[in-house]
Design a binder for this molecule. Structure first.
Ligand code: F6P
Length: 326
């Protein structure tokens, strides 16, 4: 251990951007693993906004009791435009220096990582990232914390909509989140037995889709579930087209923010526990400007710059299978 690493005593942890189920489990892991390794841990409230305004809260073993199963984030989160400015970053750095915070764990998605890149590259603040976003759009990890819970939440809603769609002989267009990623959509489509799915990674011909629906209707099929990723199309526009071309009764369900809430699944809690500890290990080893992830079941480390390079969800095989099995 060199001198610089020996001096490292106090770390900060924040959650930023859209909350994701499992963020609390990640905070708990960072705190308890850090305390186990004799680090003091300071929670920063409301992400980078809290860093700018100096909203801090010391966290100990007890203060993260009873949160492993809770959705949201006890540290709260925000999207912070002020942090994009030089002045905002200067204030954030002053907060860290004034409170003698030696290194920072950021938990979040693309925007959160971009903030950490600024802090590390421009201001030399040691930062490490933990991937938490329902969108699963970061490189260096097979899956991000929160994505599994979001899929399961959207799937449960889709199953319920299937009940009414079948009973009332309707077409349902269900819009799921994911920003520019079709990850949630493609998984929900395969798992729910949806008839069609529209994702931003693939081009789609709505007229062909409508012809398939008409053809199915002639054969006696009487209900359809169409999953639409928010980055691919607007569900109401798709529904209008379907009504216009098929004459079938069509309804829209935009699942929205329910996909961000709820108790994290076992997979998300376990992922968060492992990645929170792995992030502290990076700090203890003096490896900064990096993010942790999971690849083929093992902890993986990636440069923050590479993590945000835009991972395309692998959708093609799932798309083909969804179509074959429908
Ligand atoms: O990044 C997570 C996410 O839920 C996206 O899927 C969605 O596009 C966006 O955040 C919604 O953001 P907001 O909660 O700010 O409306």
């Amino acid at each position: 251990m060199d001198d610089k690493m020996k001096k490292l005593k106090r770390i900060g942890v924040l959650t930023s951007g859209g909350d994701a189920p499992g963020m609390n489990a990640a905070i708990r892991s960072v705190v308890r693993y850090g305390v186990y390794h004799n680090l003091e841990v300071i929670g920063i409230l409301r992400g980078y906004a809290g860093l700018i305004n100096g909203n801090l809260r010391p966290l100990d073993h007890r203060s993260v009791s009873g949160i492993i199963n809770r959705g949201g984030t006890i540290l709260e989160t925000a999207r912070c435009d002020e942090f994009l400015t030089e002045e905002g970053q200067r204030k954030a750095v002053e907060t860290l220096k004034r409170n003698r915070i030696d290194a920072l764990v950021v938990i979040g998605g693309d925007g959160t990582y971009r903030g950490a890149i600024q802090l590390w590259d421009k201001w030399h603040i040691p930062c490490v990232g933990v991937p938490a976003t329902i969108d699963n759009d970061l490189n260096g990890t097979d899956i991000t914390i929160g994505a599994d819970t979001a899929i399961n939440t959207a799937l449960e809603a889709t199953d319920k909509i299937r009940d009414t769609a079948t009973s009332m002989e309707r077409v349902f267009v269900i819009e799921v989140m994911g920003r520019d990623s079709g990850f949630i959509a493609i998984h929900v489509a395969l798992a729910s037995g949806a008839e069609e799915v529209l994702v931003p990674e693939l081009s789609h011909n709505l007229e062909d889709m409508c012809r398939d629906i008409v053809e199915g209707s002639r054969r006696g099929k009487n209900s359809w579930i169409i999953i639409v990723a928010e980055g691919a199309a607007r569900a109401d526009k798709v529904a209008e087209k379907i009504t216009e071309m098929t004459g079938l009764e069509t309804r829209v369900a935009v699942l929205g923010h329910i996909q961000r809430g709820g108790n994290p699944t076992a997979q998300d809690r376990i992922l968060a526990a492992r990645l929170g500890a792995a992030a502290v290990d990076l700090i203890l080893n003096g490896e900064f400007g990096k993010a942790v992830g999971i690849k083929d079941g093992e902890i993986n480390v990636v440069d923050l710059h590479d993590a945000v390079k835009g991972k395309g969800a692998v959708v093609e095989p799932f798309y083909q299978l969804t179509r074959i099995l429908t």
